[in-house]
Design a protein around this ligand. Structure first.
Ligand code: PRX
Length: 573
């Protein structure tokens, strides 16, 4: 380990995560074991044994090398949920090229910003992907983004839906054509990486408008993600693991792609919406594929719960032995429904608290730990977590405080890509003296030492488990010509956990109307992405501010919910 907070793990160790996730298995009986089982939303099915995955990864790694990608070059990936995203990520790892996966729900502007920050010469995408019976036009978004990204030289396009798309000569190449060329040999040397070499950048929202590129490395990340998956979900060779997240988020990176493959497990991946064509799609999948462990998010559970018990009741869910939850605190009603109706009161629910920054589970039960619905229970063995006040004193049971991690851990983020000062400022300044990591969440402990996470203390909003920065949405709003000033807040919502309310002051001469609200929402969809569209936009003439000019979001929040506005003594007006 080296100086706070630039910790290093396994210094001098040589490895490659792809070696442990893929290469190593083909030398054992697991070469014939299924690594991935996939079903498309349109009912298409595919399976990959470890042997086949190994060959596909080798082939695509050779394709990337032939496009000039070298160790240390970043590759941006913007794809739907098909096995190819896994193959692309592993191929990057194999040749030592850090990947930057951008979630397919982000707009072209958001994609362009991330391509520019990562400086990727190559982008991997697909023509589209299926969601709720419609095609998400991924390649169109890439076209727009690449126009604004002079660094991009080549775009590789996997054909998923087969609809007409624009292919620019000399820049865009079909995945299947490249994979059929002699250069795409199924043998490929795995690059020898230092344990501390970059594995990937994953952008996440923080307190300022600019997304942060969270950096993870080959060594510590593989050790911690695989250990946590093995201990918390007790994965065995006979299991069928389904992490129902998107590979574009940290949950997918760690627990769809890397950890299960390192453990030699069989993972199931489903492309589309849980309710398509009917609200029992997931339950049919559990039955048909004999899923034994299902790991999902409270928002998905609530979304399926509202269709009632009859849909799951049509299916035999007895293969399930363990369940999991991640992304936000799970409310007791959703917990109980998941436990009773889905898990048949047999399956403990592993409520795992962690973050993009932590790489793997930090607060989590193990299958034998007594559970309390809504609490992620206690720290994973080796983790030292506490709830503290402003001065760093441990809070008494029942008292709300800030969540901190007191010791470094192998899969911790190493820095913010290209911005080490921001890394220090964001995570290591509040408790600099003590050298503790500030998670950005508030929480309380109970008398048994269980931790109850309450929510974010910074300007981060969780909508349907997606992490968004208020600043990102606000700068999207003010970039609309009629909007002079904007503030957004999170308001509790039964289904989504929280939704976004926006307050806009208009420029002189503009007046608020339903049409304007619609136009601004459309603008946000294009600027930031569909996940950032406010539920409601209110046109106002002033915003509550402190005398130093800071918007008092808590006042807006109280007003929106009809609650007392609290102490207004610092209010400017
Ligand atoms: O506020 C916490 C919430 O999600 C945040 C991290 O978001 P992200 O980096 O997108 O990663 C989500 C998937 C790991 C945390 O700061 N959060 C995550 N898991 C839980 C949670 N809140 C309560 N309980 C959880 N189990």
């Amino acid at each position: 380990m080296s100086a706070i907070p630039f910790y290093k793990w396994f210094v001098g160790g040589k490895t490659n995560i792809a070696l442990n996730a893929v290469d190593r298995h083909v030398k054992t009986w697991r070469r014939n074991k299924l690594a991935i089982i996939w079903e498309g939303e349109n009912g298409e099915k595919r399976t990959y044994s470890y042997w086949r995955l190994y060959q596909e990864v080798n082939k695509f790694a050779n394709v990337l090398r032939s496009m000039g990608v070298r160790k240390g070059d970043t590759v941006t990936i913007y794809m739907g949920r098909t096995p190819e995203i896994v193959i692309a990520m592993l191929a990057c790892a194999k040749i030592g090229a850090p990947h930057s996966v951008v979630y397919g729900g982000f707009s072209d502007q958001a994609l362009a910003d991330r391509i520019a920050d990562a400086k990727s010469k190559v982008v991997v995408t697909s023509d589209g992907s299926w969601l709720r019976g419609k095609i998400v036009p991924l390649k169109n978004v890439v076209d727009e983004a690449v126009q604004r990204s002079p660094v991009v030289q080549s775009v590789i396009v996997y054909k998923r839906t087969g609809q007409e798309i624009n292919m620019e000569q000399g820049r865009d190449y079909w995945w299947h054509e490249l994979m059929a060329l002699p250069i795409a040999s199924n043998k490929c040397e795995t690059e020898v990486m230092d344990a501390e070499d970059p594995l990937f950048i994953l952008y996440t929202s923080g307190t300022t408008g600019k997304p942060k590129g969270i950096l993870h490395t080959h060594g510590g990340y593989q050790v911690y993600t695989s250990t946590t998956l093995e201990w918390v979900f007790d994965l065995k060779d006979e299991d069928r693991w389904w992490c129902a997240a998107d590979p574009g988020w940290i949950t997918g990176h760690s627990y769809i792609v890397y950890a299960p493959l390192i453990l030699g497990a069989t993972s199931f991946i489903y492309e589309g919406a849980p309710t398509y064509p009917y609200p029992d799609r997931w339950w049919r999948l559990v039955e048909e594929y004999g899923i034994t462990v299902l790991y999902t998010a409270p928002t998905a559970i609530r979304g399926l719960m509202r269709f009632g018990d009859a849909w799951p009741a049509r299916h035999d869910l007895s293969s399930l032995r363990l369940l999991g939850s991640v992304g936000e605190p799970i409310n007791p009603e959703a917990w109980k429904w998941f436990y009773k109706v889905i898990g048949g009161e047999r399956c403990p629910i592993m409520d795992t608290w962690w973050q993009t920054e932590t790489g793997g589970f930090v607060i989590t039960p193990l299958p034998s730990v007594p559970l309390k619905p809504g609490s992620a229970t206690r720290p994973f063995p080796g983790q030292v977590v506490d709830v503290v006040d402003e001065h760093g004193n441990s809070c008494e049971a029942g008292v709300e405080g800030k969540l901190v991690i007191k010791r470094p851990w192998p899969s911790m983020l190493r820095t913010v890509w290209g911005d080490p000062d921001r890394y220090i400022k964001q995570y290591w300044t509040d408790y600099a003296q003590q050298g503790w990591y500030l998670a950005g969440d508030s929480a309380r402990k109970d008398a048994d030492g269980y931790i109850w996470v309450i929510g974010r203390i910074d300007d981060v909003i969780k909508v349907s488990g997606y992490r968004l920065g208020t600043a990102e949405i606000e700068s999207g709003l003010v970039s609309y010509r009629d909007v002079a000033e904007a503030a957004v807040i999170a308001v509790p919502d039964e289904l989504k956990g929280s939704v976004i309310y926006a307050y806009c002051i208009l420029n002189a001469g503009s007046t608020g109307s339903d049409e304007l609200e619609k136009a601004i929402k459309k603008h946000i969809r294009e600027e930031v992405g569909p996940i950032a569209v406010p539920e409601k936009i209110e046109f106002v003439t002033t915003l509550p501010k402190t005398r130093s000019g800071k918007i008092m979001r808590r006042v807006l929040k109280a007003r929106a919910q009809g609650l007392p506005e609290g102490d207004l003594s610092t209010l400017e007006d």
